[in-house]
Design a protein around this ligand. Sequence first.
Ligand code: FAD
Length: 459
Amino acid sequence: MDERVKQDLIKIVGEENYTERLIDMVSYSYDASEHSHRPSCGIWVEKAEQVSEVLKLANREKIPVIPRGAGTGLSGMAVPVKGGIVLDLNRMNKILSISIEDRLAVVQPGVVYASLENALASYGFFFPPDPASGKVSTLGGNVATNAGGVKGAKYGTTRDYVLGLQVILPDGRVMRTGSKTMKSVSGYDLTRLFVGSEGTLGVVTEITLKINPKPTATSTALATFDSLEDAGRAVSQIMHSGIVPSVMEILGRETLLAINQNTDLNLPEVDAMLLAETDGYTKEETEYQMGKILEVFRRNHAKEVKEAKTADEVNDLWKARKSAYAVLARIKTHFVLEDVTVPMAKVADLLKGVDAIAKKYDLLIASFGHAGDGNLHPQILYDGYDPDQVKRMEAASGELFKLAIDLGGTLTGEHGIGLSKAPYMTLEHDPVAMDVMRTLKKMFDPNNILNPGKMALEG
Ligand SMILES: Cc1cc2nc3c(=O)[nH]c(=O)nc-3n(C[C@H](O)[C@H](O)[C@H](O)COP(=O)(O)OP(=O)(O)OC[C@H]3O[C@@H](n4cnc5c(N)ncnc54)[C@H](O)[C@@H]3O)c2cc1C
């Protein structure tokens, strides 16, 4: 970092909050994707005013600034691909208020998802998006990526809970969006524009969230199917039956085989396993809903149906789903975890298409995910030290994205575009939409300092 700029940054954040140490530069160079690039320096900020001063300076000097939460992104979103300043928001980690009467929480961006969950639990409330990375990922990161999770089909994603934001724009101006009310049609929806914008338009420094009373009862069941069509039809029939399960997860054959080869879970080796959960405020309510789901499973030729009666049995039914990511991650030296999403009734077609792509490129691709909202996680396993396998993995990824779009779906239901999916943006978005996105980026950030190189915004 240029000495003059370094001294200016130190004036804003203090010497102890500025780093160029190798260990920090390496840590900031990657996230949970396969991408990496080192920044010139990192800074820890504690106040919105500091963020504003840093952005004013960076904008004047035309230096990239990369907002960073926990760095758990799976698409290279927080990777400083053009160098510059990593703006570490982890120390802005206060829950500013919880108002049960208004069903609101106001938080700083560095609050870890699980910390808010713990704080809300004492009031019998929860914040539903529930990303699997919630024990470490930050709410600022969740907002910037519109994170979701296993409960998406019933509860939606982060976007559905963000009522308002404080955002620092690339020129340092401080802006408030939204309101503290459950509805508002006042002006353009700037809040929604920032949710999912991957740190490319502004830095989020305060978040107002809608929170929900936590259901007190759940029912859980699992069903296996010898045919993907039967499983796919069962999901579709459940999702338009009027019963909305809080969880509707699917595990494909390759995932079940891989879990069996690497654990002692001894799962049935079928084409598909579905895990369903219903939630509510009385056992009668959840059992009634589960009864309807079991009827649909049986009507669609489920081979085996298991209903959990005790807490231990619930844990047993969840074991396969919970172990999928970690088991698959250990099989080869490298993997990419995709998150293509298709209309609900197309889940079986997507799974079949994934199997065909795996065969074509002679790769192991194991799928699991959120059948209830059509969001699958095909995990492509490969040896990253073998150039031929890397090439085949890249071709398979490209074909997978095309398949999702051909089925009427989207490139990403959870993990964002970042670097990984930037080359495929034009598969999904027409030239006019791309032009509007690029024009918006230029309007907010004419010097392209905020998280440059992401989302194909410079094409
Ligand atoms: C094991 C594992 C499981 C996962 N499970 C899920 C899942 O179930 N659902 C899901 O949606 N994702 C999941 N992810 C992906 C990831 O955890 C989410 O994208 C998460 O929201 C990222 O949060 P973070 O704090 O790590 O953000 P980072 O990775 O640090 O940053 C992500 C993006 O947000 C931007 N950003 C961060 N903070 C701010 C801010 N305050 N203002 C503006 N921009 C900001 C960054 O610049 C970057 O573009 C998973 C990842 C892993 C490794």
